[in-house]
Ligand binder design. Sequence first.
Ligand code: MSP
Length: 654
Amino acid sequence: MSNSCEKAYITTPIYYVNDIAHIGHAYTTIIADTLARYSRMAGLETFFLTGTDEHGQKIEEAAKSRGKTSQAYADEISATFKNLWDDFDISYDKFIRTTDAEHIKGVQKAFSTMHSNGDIYKDTYKGHYCISCETFFPLIQLVDEEFCPECGKSTSIVEEESYFFKLSKYEDRLLEWYAQNDDCILPRSKKNEVIRFVEGGLQDLSITRTSFDWGVKLPEDMNDPKHVMYVWLDALMNYVTALGYGTDDANMDYWPARVQLIGKDILRFHAIYWPAFLMSLDLPLPKHIAAHGWWTRDGEKMSKSKGNVVNPKEVADAYGLDSFRYFMLREVPFGGDGDFSQKALIDRINSDLGNDLGNLMNRLIGMSGKYFEGKVDSSLVEKYYQVELDEVHASLAKLEPLLYEMQLHRYLEELWRPLTVANRAIDKYQPWTLIKEGKEEEAMALNGLIAAILAKVSVMLYPVMPEICTKISTALGFSINHDTWTKLAMGTALLETFTLEKIDPLFPRIEEPLLAQIDPVDKKEEPKKKENPKKKENQSKPTEGIALIGIDQFFQTSLKVGTVVQADEVPKSKKLLLLQVDVGEETPRQIVAGIKEWYSAEDMLDTQVCVVANLNPAKLMGHLSEGMLLAAKDKDGLCMIRPEKPKTSGTPIG
Ligand code: MSP
């Protein structure tokens, strides 16, 4: 997000109503809520949209299997999403449903406009369709020529008359958009993935179906009642129909969106189809499409279709909503995947929240209560503690760009530095010693410093932890709003003199998991795989002679030291590990390595490796691999090649 426009439109994807919400959905929504809250606090006119995606064969079938009409079923599940977001105090401005009459009108208007612009034609479509993902896949991408590369379910061949959108026509304009807008897709590593896909050639997109009914009908003047719109055309349009596109245009001045938040699994739809649709409609393109990674459970992607979901309400009720929000944003670098565990959540609560933040508040309450009857006077802070204040302000100055770059984990990491400054200052200057030595003025100034730091941190932490930060600011005698954001967080103001209100400890220590069990993992049977003879491991064959190469040729290979910052198993694979490897770039590279027979995910975590960093990316079992690790294999097995001593991630090897 850049700070150049006054309005900020922030969207989440709209959620399918084929089942109830899990923590993956909560993650997307919480990030968007954080951005919206920050944006309002920063004085931007903000519109935050979320909602539900209710059409399509998948929903029709889910309703049928429960003996309900599609509409009744959609009503029921849509309400569970809305209720959850209301329980979570998500600050959305509109909750859209694709069954809303205005949305339907807007989609039909879009269809007519694309048609009259010459971008829609009629033909026949034949392809392998995955109902679960509502997507056609080319044969080459299917597992064993049958199963969906995304969800593993069986696909079926669908042949039908269809209207097509001339996606191929927009190839060059899309590439131009990516080239001219450095941060249109975040993280940037994901943008390269999209560019490579588009460079591989785009085929026109089938945008209507005749095999089911539960969808938006074509505009009446098309005179073709057996067609309904492809669910992705219908769904993507929600981002503008919510603003009144095709009806009253009431809020269209919020368009283009400042940031459209999505999961990486729906990047193609948002980074290719969506901008192409917008180009066809002559509408401006979103400023940023930001794709986060997946939350997994025991290394497996968490999804409704797999039945291994974690219920976000259950977690928030047990551990506290704000703690859950903090954990989700802090635990995983934006764009990377994260495995959900109660242990990791408890560690974050006890350490970051309890020790660093909650305890600092207690220390301030203790100090000011014991020596000054709760009074906090900041007038002499600059005289005694300017060095500490400078350090705090330097950290605060780094925050906003991190948020705008979607580096939320780094935002929180940086925001914790002022807390370290505060805790360190208490240990170093020891208020009890100052009082003993009769240096009351210095002790009061120290009090003022700690209160100021807590105030500044609570303002910038508010978008992530609204309830806790409101508690802190109330105790410190001020409210969090645009004015205090400007003065305390963006500026160098300190607090007025006030009397501190005593509050209960914010984060009581958690000794053991609070949930006996999180929804049991209901493992579904995996599709049987046939052996692919081409994929057989290439056993080390004797080398007859080694062709010599020049040094230039050697240096065409970019070798770098990498640090494994996350390691997971690839579900259903005996050989593959899914690694996130820091090679000194903005975000870690995802590398799929065939080393599981010799190394567990745990073995690999936090170790250093040697990475071939300029290989063409490849997809292995549906996962993008952006590099290769160096290893040596003989009859005794395989071992990784690693630097002898720790080296900075990204150090070139050669
Ligand atoms: N209906 C489409 C989106 C249409 S937007 C025009 C859809 N719905 S979904 O319910 O399947 O997913 C919604 C969002 O939740 C996506 O951003 C998806 O990435 C995210 N998540 C679903 N499962 C997830 C995890 N296990 N982890 C993190 N987020 C994931 O796709």
